[in-house]
Structure formats: structure tokens, C-alpha cells
Design a protein around this ligand. Sequence first.
Ligand SMILES: [Zn+2]
Ligand SMILES: [Zn+2]
Length: 156
Amino acid sequence: MHHHRTVCKLKCAHCDNNVCVRGMKAMLLADTRIELYSTDVPPFSVQLVGEDYMTQNCQCKIRDVACLTCGNVLGYHITQPCQQCMEACNNGHLWMFHTEAVTSEERLDPEGKKILLWAHLPRAEKDTENDLKKSVERRWKRQSMLLEDAVSVYFR
Ligand SMILES: [Zn+2]
Ligand SMILES: [Zn+2]
């Protein structure tokens, strides 16, 4: 199981765009020498590009995933998992990122004190940090608060 693993936040290595707040360092099932990051939810600001294809590792159908901001390929999405991968403990992680295409940072618990483990991570739909709309709103709120502060200082 992956419960003892840390949760990481992933950014595009090329443009620093936020991609994912539920990342996990993983190994390719078919070739454990290959390390990558995986996640269980659709990443932010990425787009599927090109056609489905297969690798020699297994029968999974995959499609490349590119950063919406800079266009670089960051990894791939398993559009159709194969039998072998379905049977193995695949844990529903169908989005993969190449380690050289993203930067990773350990995510902290809501209090910001301890490194968050998968065991303590809420399900995707309960994970407020994963809610991009909410986090954008939060960021806007913070920015406009800063702006108000700046304005009130200016007019004091
Ligand atoms: Zn497979
Ligand atoms: Zn990018």
C-alpha cells in the first residue's frame, strides 16, 4: 500500500505552473527502475495531446499530457488500463508525470506543520486544496486583501 508515502505538490519544471497537489512518487509497475510521479485526480491546467498509444511495458493505452501554459509534455494519462495493471495494486492512479518534467515539493498538513502522508490525505472530492476554483478564489481574496491594505496605507 502507499499509505506511508508522502503527498507532494507538483509543478511544471519548465514554467512553474501548478499541476497537482496530490502527487506521489511511484515506480513503473512494469519496470521498477523507472521512477515517476502519479496522481489519482485529473491534474490542473494540462491537456491530453495526440493519440492513444501503447508502450512495450504492458497493454495499457496511454496518451501524453502537456502543460497548458508552456506546452511541454509532462507525462501521460492511462486512458485504458490493461488487465495486468488493473489486477496489480494500481490504486486508481491514472496520471503519471516524468520526474524530469516536474518539480516536487512535500505537501504539509492543513496546519502547515507536518509533512502530509497519503494515509491522512482526504479523498479527492473532500480535498479542498485540490479544488482549483476554491484555491484560485482564495488566492484572489488574499491578493485583494493585500491590495486593500496597500491602498489604505497609501490613503492614511
Ligand atoms: Zn498496463
Ligand atoms: Zn509548463
